[in-house]
Structures are given as structure tokens and as C-alpha cells.
Design a protein around this ligand. Structure first.
Ligand SMILES: *Cc1c(COP(=O)(O)O)cnc(C)c1O
Length: 429
């Protein structure tokens, strides 16, 4: 496993201690315990500015995909930068509102929006519903009509391009459950255009996650433009194009496009087309904005060196960080450099205490370790805490936002009793 460079805003002191901005991770764990998620505020802001700046003068909206990291402290940082949001449940909309985000700058994606979720989103003044099927379109038209409202909608089309990413996070192929096949979209747009309770405002697509090549983005934008022309010919005028999220990040040795490369790929298509020249471009990045900003800090509990495999058992597990177990994904694990005493150099299996063989954070990691050492799993700001569970009755980690040499606890570690606070004993005899 090659050693990765540290992400921006992560560094080492001369004595080898890992720092996030100007705060040592040892200090964070002393204050907030282990395991803990720590995020660099400057890293989030700098990723946002990189995308924002790449649009130059072109009208655009950056809708942060809330599911990547839905802590209201993170949402608030993004809302203050002017971000919109991309949500996939009514719960996420409630979080956006709790964080001071604007529902009018929020788009609602997802294949299974319930009637209550649609009602709640319309009542809150959602910016756009990204519709993923004909049945959903009809449901939205009926609900909006009942509520005496006009629902702003776009169809999430499936452009049938291969994002060439992990099959579980590839969403733009015609066999995926997501979106409406682009070839079927035209009659649905015509139907929607004729409904008094619907306002057709855009086209949406999102082809997958952790893309490491720009060409699928370009292909998807081209197909979306073809559809936009067909709509224009039928008198259906659009107010925006939403080209989704999915820009990848470096976990180990990937070489993803930069923010500028991604936006340039999109602009190479839309800037060249007179029909799109004045259309605002919306994007829905999640991972890119928050992934590299975060690390999960975890302590080595026990070392079990063996003849074939050597295990380092840490205090974080698959319930705290699911990506390795769920996708088999490799994430960089580095020493925080805070331990003392004799260390053992091995290729370690970094595993957690959960009773599943799939409970690992990393395989074959060449590290010098001692019990009590602190490790940092890098790139954990996205799809880390937001996918965490209480499996094995493990309270979820604390979350900390680092800002220079100060830290804010944006979520405290779960108190144990809260894990069964909603449970009740059945009546006795
Ligand atoms: C998950 C998701 C995103 C964000 O994907 P990233 O890979 O995190 O950028 C954007 N749009 C939709 C519809 C999604 O489901």
C-alpha cells in the first residue's frame, strides 16, 4: 500500500505530530476522546471556493449533497458560503433549515420520495424537486394541486453513460434504479408542461460518485444539451441545468480531476451552446467538498502480531466508518505520531472490535505501531459519520470542527443510555 501525501490543511510538526490546521490531533483526542471525527473548516471553504471560482462569471449554484456529511455544523459552514443543498429525504431538509440553509436554494433528489416528504418540501418552499420516475411525477402533480401550489420540477434523466466507478456508486447506466431513461423523458416533459400544478424548471442528472475522469461528465452534459434542444423546439423553456455531483477525491493513489478540470469539462459543453449560454448551471457535489477535510481519529487498543497476519485492533469499527466494509474501499491510514515506547513494524490488518470478519478499516498497512498509538483515517469527511450506526451498541463518535488553533465540538459523543432511550420493556406478569 503506497504512502499517501497528507491532504491540504493537514501537516506534521517537526516532531512528527499530525496536525489539522494549527491543532494537533493528540489535543483533539485528549479533549474529545477516541474515536472522533475531526474536520478542517479551511479545507471545506477552500474546496467550495475552488468550484465557485471555476465558474467565473457564469451563473451557477453549488448544491452541497447533504448525505455526504449532514452535521448541521458542516451545513452551516456551507450555508454561510452561499451554498445551496441537494437532499434525499425530508429529514435532510429539516437539517438544512436547522443549519440556516435556504429551502429555496435546495433541490430534492431520490427515487422514493413519500407523499409526506413531497408535501413537506412544497410547504417549505423547496427550490426544485428532481423527479426520478413517471409515477413520482404524477404524485407530485396531484399533491401540488391539492395544496394549491405550483411545484418546481426537473426530471432526473439517466444519460446512460458509464461513470467507471464502483458498481454500488455508479448511477447513470440505464440498468440503475435512478432517474428516467433520457430517451423516455420527452413525453413526460410535455405532460408536465401541460399541468397547471407543475412548473418545469430544469433538467437534472447525476451519474455516480467518486469519478476520477472528466469524460463521463462531458458526455452526460452533451446528452442533457441534446434534450434541452428537443424541449426548446417544443416551447419548453428551462431555467437551469443541474449536472449533479460525483467528482472523486484522492484516497490512496487516485488522481481525480481538479475542481477546475471538472467545471471546465462542463463549461466546454454549455458555454459553446447558444441555448445554454444564459442558463445557470447547478452542481451537486458532496464528497469533493467535505471528504478531504475530515479524518477519523482512532486509538490502537491491542496488537496481535501473527505468523501470517498481524492485527492492530483499534477503538473504531465498521459501525463508525463503513466505507471499507461496504465498498471494499481503501482509505489512507497514517500514524498521528503521538505514541512513545517500542514500536513494531509490520504490515498490519487494521480492524475494529465488531463481531464481523468484514469489520476492517484497512488491509496490509505498513506501519510501526505500539499499543495506545493514535491513527488517523484520512478522507473520512464524506460518507463517514453520515453512514455510521450503533451496531454492537457502540455510541457513535464525537465530531469536531477545527478552525485554526481552536476546535468546536459540533456533535458530542453519544451517551450510552441514549442508545436505548426509545426502547421499552414489555409489560411483566
Ligand atoms: C450522492 C449524490 C450526490 C453527491 O455525490 P458525490 O459523489 O458525493 O459528489 C449528488 N447528487 C445526488 C442525486 C446524489 O444522490
Amino acid at each position: 500500500m503506497p504512502q499517501t501525501d497528507l491532504p491540504p490543511f493537514f501537516s506534521r510538526t517537526t516532531s512528527g505530530e499530525l496536525q489539522i490546521e494549527d491543532t494537533s490531533v493528540g489535543t483533539i483526542v485528549d479533549r474529545f476522546g477516541s474515536p472522533t471525527y475531526a474536520y478542517s473548516r479551511a479545507a471545506i471553504e477552500s474546496a467550495y471556493h475552488a468550484l465557485d471560482g471555476a465558474f467565473g462569471e457564469r451563473a451557477h449554484r453549488i448544491c452541497y449533497a447533504v448525505k455526504a456529511n449532514s452535521n448541521i455544523g458542516i451545513l452551516s459552514v456551507l450555508a454561510r458560503l452561499g451554498a445551496g443543498f441537494d437532499i434525499v429525504s425530508y429529514g435532510e431538509l429539516a437539517r438544512v433549515q436547522a443549519a440556516g440553509g435556504d429551502p429555496a436554494k435546495t433541490v430534492f433528489s431520490g427515487v422514493g420520495k413519500s407523499a409526506d416528504e413531497i408535501r413537506g418540501a412544497l410547504a417549505a418552499g423547496i427550490g426544485c424537486l428532481n423527479v426520478e420516475s413517471e409515477a413520482e411525477l404524477r404524485r407530485i402533480a396531484a399533491i401540488a394541486s391539492e395544496m394549491n401550489r405550483i411545484a418546481p420540477i426537473s426530471l432526473r434523466v439517466n444519460p446512460d453513460v458509464d461513470a467507471r466507478t464502483h458498481p454500488y456508486i455508479s448511477t447513470g447506466l440505464k440498468d440503475n434504479k435512478f432517474g428516467i431513461a433520457i430517451d423516455d423523458a420527452l413525453p413526460l416533459y410535455e405532460w408536465a408542461h401541460a399541468q397547471p400544478s407543475l412548473d418545469v424548471t430544469g433538467i437534472d442528472c447525476h451519474i455516480g460518485s467518486q469519478l476520477t475522469d472528466v469524460s463521463p461528465f462531458r458526455d452526460a452534459a452533451e446528452r442533457v444539451m441534446t434534450l434541452a434542444h428537443q424541449l426548446a423546439e417544443r416551447g419548453i423553456e428551462l431555467e437551469h441545468l443541474d449536472l449533479g455531483g460525483g467528482l472523486g477525491i484522492r484516497y490512496i493513489d487516485e488522481t481525480p480531476p481538479s475542481a477546475a478540470d471538472w467545471i471546465e469539462a462542463i463549461r466546454s459543453v454549455v458555454d459553446a451552446d447558444p441555448l445554454a449560454r444564459d442558463l445557470p448551471i447547478w452542481i451537486e457535489p458532496g464528497r469533493f467538498l467535505v471528504g478531504p477535510a475530515g479524518a477519523m481519529l482512532t486509538r490502537v487498543e491491542y496488537l496481535k502480531p501473527g505468523e501470517h497476519k498481524s492485527f492492530a485492533i483499534v477503538d473504531a469499527a465498521m459501525n463508525d466508518l463503513m466505507r471499507p466494509a461496504l465498498y471494499g474501499s481503501d482509505m489512507a491510514i497514517v500514524s498521528a505520531g503521538t505514541g512513545t515506547g517500542r514500536r513494531l513494524a509490520r504490515d498490519w490488518e487494521i480492524v475494529g472490535p465488531v463481531c464481523e470478519t468484514g469489520d476492517f478499516l484497512g488491509h496490509d498497512r505498513a506501519l510501526e505501531l505500539a499499543e495506545g498509538d493514535l491513527l488517523a483515517v484520512l478522507g473520512a469527511g464524506a460518507y463517514g459519520f453520515s453512514m455510521a450506526s450503533n451496531y454492537n451498541t457502540r455510541p457513535r463518535p464525537a465530531e469536531v470542527l477545527v478552525d485554526g488553533d481552536t476546535c468546536h465540538e459540533i456533535r458530542r459523543r453519544e451517551p450510552l443510555e441514549s442508545l436505548w432511550a426509545l426502547e421499552r420493556l414489555p409489560p411483566g406478569d
